[in-house]
Write a protein that binds this ligand. Structure first.
Ligand code: CA
Length: 225
């Protein structure tokens, strides 16, 4: 299910499209003029826009340009005539796809599903890897050599921050500011958490695999060779 904004001044066409999209369980909003559409897009950002090119207040390509100036939402332009030069121009101006009127409900849905699919972020979640370490930032899970780690919230944040900056020294000051959100603090706080984290990673300060202390500078998560 997606939220779709239908921009169409012809009431008959508009209600037909709304009916079709609602039937497929999409949440539908609509506008009859380009300027109303722009307000809708900024106030209730939709997942996709169906944009009629023959609107009473603005020329279709002007309307598209204005949409693009405020949003990167997928836009399918609907045009009454099959004018190839015009369609090419609109695709170059930022339209994601087009439909030539009259179009069927199935055709509309196929195009809509395709732009929605392309707009979704690739992959289920963002995972940072360093050697055998994998840190899933969205699910807040970490594994080392495939074995899940049981981490406290702070340990996870510390590990995720360092893993995202693997092989670069991160200062204690930066860790305090970014992981602890403190502008000053005790180095011991970081050392204690590092030592717990090392234990969970199966290593120690004297024989580190991932977490290396760089004396007087900070900490570096090293990708094992
Ligand atoms: Ca129209």
């Amino acid at each position: 299910m997606a939220t779709v904004l239908v921009v169409e001044d012809d009431e008959y066409v508009r209600s037909a499209i709304i009916q079709e999209l609602s039937r497929r369980r999409h949440a539908v909003r609509s506008a009859g003029r380009a300027l109303d559409a722009l307000r809708e897009i900024t106030q209730h950002p939709p997942d996709a826009v169906i944009l009629d090119l023959g609107l009473p207040d603005l020329d279709g390509s002007e309307a598209l340009k204005m949409v693009r100036s405020v949003s990167s939402v997928p836009v399918i332009v609907a045009t009454a005539r099959d004018d190839e030069a015009e369609i090419v121009r609109l695709l170059q101006a930022g339209a994601d796809d087009y439909l030539v009127k009259p179009f069927s409900g199935d055709h509309l849905n196929a195009r809509l599903e395709a732009v929605l699919r392309r707009a979704r972020p690739a992959g289920p979640s963002k995972v940072v890897r360093a050697g055998g370490l994998a840190v899933d930032l969205d699910r807040r899970e970490a594994t080392v050599d495939g074995v899940p780690l049981t981490l406290t919230r702070r340990e996870f944040d510390l590990l995720a921050y360092l893993a995202a900056r693997a092989d670069r020294v991160v200062s204690r000051k930066e860790l305090l500011a970014e992981v602890w959100q403190q502008s000053y603090g005790d180095d011991q706080t970081i050392d204690v958490h590092l030592s717990w984290l090392r234990r969970k990673l199966g290593e120690s300060a004297s024989a580190p695999r991932y977490l290396h202390t760089v004396r007087g500078v900070g900490v570096m998560l090293v990708t094992p060779r």
